[in-house]
Design a binder for this molecule. Structure first.
Ligand code: SF4
Length: 349
């Protein structure tokens, strides 16, 4: 049965367990390395990561186990998606990350992983380390000749969920249908089709393949959605899930930000419905005098905090007192990410 989901996503059958955590916004994205040998022309990995041996937990660069655990704690993650690059190019690091997360957050912390390397021995080692779900990304050149790969043997060797995840390349229905038919015969649990998107690192697809954006407001590639829906309609007996670009950005990311914001915001900060945090700042040369002024105006101690060069005051309080307090006041709207990137700053007086 074909089931419509939010933001034009859709699925036949069941949605993979890893996707459920992602849809809820409770999955941490752990980018373990930007190294990859596959060179897919549509690769969306950003320029700051591509080809570099760097690690990111969600949006923030990380270097240590402690930073990774702290990010998972900050968003109260129920699961992690390990990605790259190709995580299987550094098995020691990837196995270590799976063990680290399972040791710290327990068996129920669901971990799935994306790789283009189809290697049963490596997949088994990941399963032994505690991996719950693996998603293979075969290059487009083998979609119609998957028998040349070791995927069937890999599926047979594993007891965890195995999926295939590829971009829905416009006009490639025949190749994708062949891939889904192979997946079904090989015992693969699900196939995910992602809406193809332009990113800073793959704009040359426009010239090389004649791809165009779907509309002026979107980075999605025209025709990708239609191709995916045609494949879903032709494969109603297999678990096939189409994930739209608007769903990824508009729903999954927003939910993750809201989750992180609600988990990290202090009582004197305000979480917006977009998942940003609004903070109130009062600037003064003499912070002790400014604090006295706040007290004299009846601001409760639990609704402000003295920082290095300013006082943070609950935004709803600062809006009320800004005209009379005698100091410069601003509202600052920030992402709830590790770097606290400011979205907007509004003067109050
Ligand atoms: S396998 Fe993934 S990370 Fe590697 S080039 Fe292809 S799309 Fe990029």
């Amino acid at each position: 049965m074909l089931r419509k989901m939010e933001c034009d996503s859709a699925c036949t059958g069941r949605v993979a367990e890893g996707c459920k955590h992602c849809i809820e916004g409770s999955k941490m994205v752990l980018f373990v390395t930007g190294l990859c040998k596959w060179n897919c022309y549509y690769c969306p990995v950003s320029l700051e990561k591509k080809g570099l041996d760097v690690m990111y937990a969600n949006e923030g660069r990380v270097h240590t186990d402690g930073e990774i655990v702290a990010e998972a704690e900050a968003m109260d993650a129920t699961g992690t998606g390990i990605t790259g690059g190709d995580p299987l190019l550094d098995m020691d690091r990837t196995v270590h990350m799976i063990r680290l997360l399972k040791d710290r957050f327990g068996r129920d912390h669901h971990i799935h992983l994306y790789t283009a390397t189809i290697d049963p021995e490596k997949a088994l080692a990941l399963q032994e380390a505690g991996l719950d779900e693996i998603r293979f990304h075969p290059p487009e050149s083998v979609w119609e000749s998957m028998d040349r790969t070791r995927l069937k043997e890999t599926v047979a060797a594993l007891s965890i969920d195995v999926g295939i995840e590829v971009p829905a390349l416009p006009g490639k229905e025949r190749e994708l249908n062949a891939l889904v038919a192979y997946a079904r015969a090989a015992g693969v649990d699900f196939v995910n089709l992602n809406e193809l998107e332009f990113s800073e690192s793959n704009w040359d697809m426009m010239d090389a393949y004649g791809y165009r954006v779907r509309d002026e407001l979107s980075s999605a590639v025209a025709g990708s959605r239609e191709t995916a829906m045609a494949v879903l309609k032709a494969n109603r007996r297999m678990n096939v899930h189409f994930c739209s670009s608007t769903f990824k950005d508009g729903v999954q990311l927003r939910r993750r930000l809201i989750r992180r914001a609600e988990h990290t915001a202090k009582p004197y900060q305000q979480v917006t419905e977009d998942g940003t945090i609004v903070r109130g700042y009062l600037y003064a040369e003499d912070l002790a005098a400014a604090e006295d002024k706040l007290r004299s105006m009846g601001v409760p101690e639990d609704l402000y905090e003295v920082l290095d060069n300013r006082i943070e005051v609950a935004p709803w309080v600062l809006e009320d007192i800004a005209t009379d307090v005698g100091y410069r006041c601003f509202l600052s709207e920030q992402y709830p990410t590790a770097d606290g990137l400011e979205v907007e700053r509004t003067p109050l007086n």
